[in-house]
Design a protein around this ligand. Sequence first.
Ligand SMILES: Cc1cc2nc3c(=O)[nH]c(=O)nc-3n(C[C@H](O)[C@H](O)[C@H](O)COP(=O)(O)OP(=O)(O)OC[C@H]3O[C@@H](n4cnc5c(N)ncnc54)[C@H](O)[C@@H]3O)c2cc1C
Length: 310
Amino acid sequence: MYKTIMGELTRKDAFDGDLLVDEPMRRHTTLRIGGPADVYAAPADMVSLKNLLASLRDENVPAMPLGGGSNLLVSDEGIEGAVISTASLNNIEVIEEDDLQARLFAEAGVPLSRLMNLAKQKGWKGIEGLAGIPGSLGGAVRGNAGSFGYEMKNVIESVTVIDGKGNILPISREHLGFGYRAANIPDGAVILSANMRFQKDDEQKVASRVNDFLREKLAKQPVSQLSAGCVFRNPRGSHAGMLIDRAGCKGMRRGDIEVSGLHANFFVNMGSGTCADFAALMEEVRERVLKSSGIELEPEIKIAGRNAER
Ligand SMILES: Cc1cc2nc3c(=O)[nH]c(=O)nc-3n(C[C@H](O)[C@H](O)[C@H](O)COP(=O)(O)OP(=O)(O)OC[C@H]3O[C@@H](n4cnc5c(N)ncnc54)[C@H](O)[C@@H]3O)c2cc1C
């Protein structure tokens, strides 16, 4: 069926970009874990994305958006249906800029690091603490990425999504209901773009804050190893990393997955780790933390794919 969908799209000249069958997801996640997606598509432009989503909808094929794959644990058994990468949707446009503020339009696949560099160069404040967070703008909006008290929501005015029925909808900041690592995006919707507003500051002050946060991140997190960032959400009033450390879990290992000795809420893939190992280690850490602190940790990473919730 997937080959038919792809054949139709190509025949009608309705799709430009990468369109692959049985594409290993380990190639597209920062953990380097994940079995094959039935279809992996990276549309080159918005029209191709819309045409692709319409074809998938017609055939009832599930579709999962993918940014940088930096918050994802994908099943060893892969993903049913289509994974839609936003990587090629990466235009940025400055809409207006004066002495006080700048307004910006950016597509979902813009790397957060590119946005950060632009803000740093121009002296735009609001997201300095997000320095060093990998992934795309779309992923950062979806999970309201945050660090050092800064959150993506600080600069978002509105986003545009395409919903499961193919409607293109603007969603204003008020309706996005941003919370801790969360935003109200309708199920099955793909974030296409965001409108942002930055307040202006002295360029050197912004750059110095960005550099300080980056230095701290590099010192405290295993950023050069394969991970998907924090595994568990911070419980109200506490820190998952501290609870995991106090439960004696640093250095614990299942197969090639290890609880980082640098930051206990990061699990790192030492080479050939699997989703099964990762999930087993999560379970064991959760049990130990529950026993030692009475607190039940909840996952922060997104777990996706066949039998992922088993
Ligand atoms: C070393 C390291 C450090 C990190 N530090 C932090 C940190 O300090 N703070 C923090 O918050 N996170 C951190 N993370 C986690 C991660 O980088 C962020 O959550 C990031 O914002 C995820 O973006 P992404 O594009 O990689 O999303 P992906 O991993 O590709 O996707 C994450 C989720 O968002 C959905 N999604 C992605 N794009 C779209 C879209 N266009 N429309 C709709 N849904 C979409 C996906 O379907 C999935 O459910 C870290 C990760 C690593 C590896």
